[in-house]
Ligand binder design. Structure first.
Ligand SMILES: Cc1cc2nc3c(=O)[nH]c(=O)nc-3n(C[C@H](O)[C@H](O)[C@H](O)COP(=O)(O)O)c2cc1C
Length: 242
């Protein structure tokens, strides 16, 4: 395993940070790394909003279900899909296609992943925050977001106070298909994985959970619509009309 693969495979989300500061140069390098990600049709349809005002962070933390790491992290950024700059360059731009929404989400996610890898290579750590979408209308007002800027997730960044255990992923047999998609789940692999996850949750140092399995987690989360206002919001903002 080379050092880059080792770094990537050692990822764990960090939700507890020391007071050690992050330099301007580090921030620039992380953002340059983010920007170096591939971008669909070279459209570069993403923006990052760096939240430096304390009061704003508190409001965003409250939108996000009071996740304290939003307030405590050294840096807090919001990754957005952004076609507003394209609208300014091309005033007869036709926006609102679902494909533009997909491109915006893919490109922005790729950028963010590059950002976290760059940060982790500096011994920094972070966690993404989907919770910012809990009240997306309030968020766009708070951040003065114009049309066609879609806030996707936040990113808390800083030096880790401690390194939590790595969360084991589903076995490779469950994600790789050869040539054709196979609908038959590898039940043996799944069973083994559920035992692994159960052990992970009961053995980890913080926030232990008893009798948790991946099956249970999926069954809890996937039986109801998450953030049911999303389609209405997207349409109001001009996204996903066609
Ligand atoms: C788009 C996205 C949104 C996320 N939102 C949150 C969040 O709101 N709060 C949080 O604590 N973790 C959040 N996470 C982190 C996941 O919970 C975490 O990545 C997952 O449990 C796997 O753990 P690991 O990153 O430590 O390997 C998010 C991750 C992603 C990719």
């Amino acid at each position: 395993m080379n050092s880059i693969i080792n770094l990537i495979c050692n990822h764990r989300s960090i939700r507890s940070f020391t007071d050690k500061s992050i330099s301007k140069q580090q921030i620039n390098e992380i953002i340059s790394s983010a920007q170096s990600a591939s971008t669909s049709s070279f459209l570069q349809c993403s923006s990052i909003i760096r939240i430096t005002e304390k009061s704003l962070r508190s409001e965003i933390a409250s939108i996000s279900g009071n996740q304290r790491w939003i307030i405590e992290s050294t840096e807090f950024w919001i990754f957005c899909a952004d076609f507003n700059k394209h609208l300014q360059i091309c005033n007869n731009a036709k926006l609102g296609y679902i494909e533009q929404l997909i491109i915006g989400c893919i490109d922005t996610a790729m950028m963010a992943q590059n950002a976290i890898i760059a940060a982790e290579s500096m011994n920094l750590g972070g966690v993404f925050i989907g919770g910012i979408r809990n009240d997306i209308n309030k968020l766009i007002k708070l951040l003065h977001l114009p049309k066609f800027v879609l806030p996707l997730f936040g990113f808390c960044l800083g030096y880790p106070k401690y390194l939590p255990e790595i969360k084991p992923r589903i076995p490779i047999e469950m994600i790789i298909h050869e040539n054709y998609y196979s609908t038959s789940l590898d039940q043996m692999a799944l069973k083994k994985y559920n035992t692994k996850i159960k052990n992970y949750y009961q053995d980890r140092k913080m926030n232990k959970r008893k009798d948790e399995t991946w099956n249970k987690l999926v069954q809890r989360l996937i039986i109801q619509e998450m953030r049911p206002f999303m389609l209405k919001y997207l349409r109001e903002q001009g996204w996903a009309i066609y």
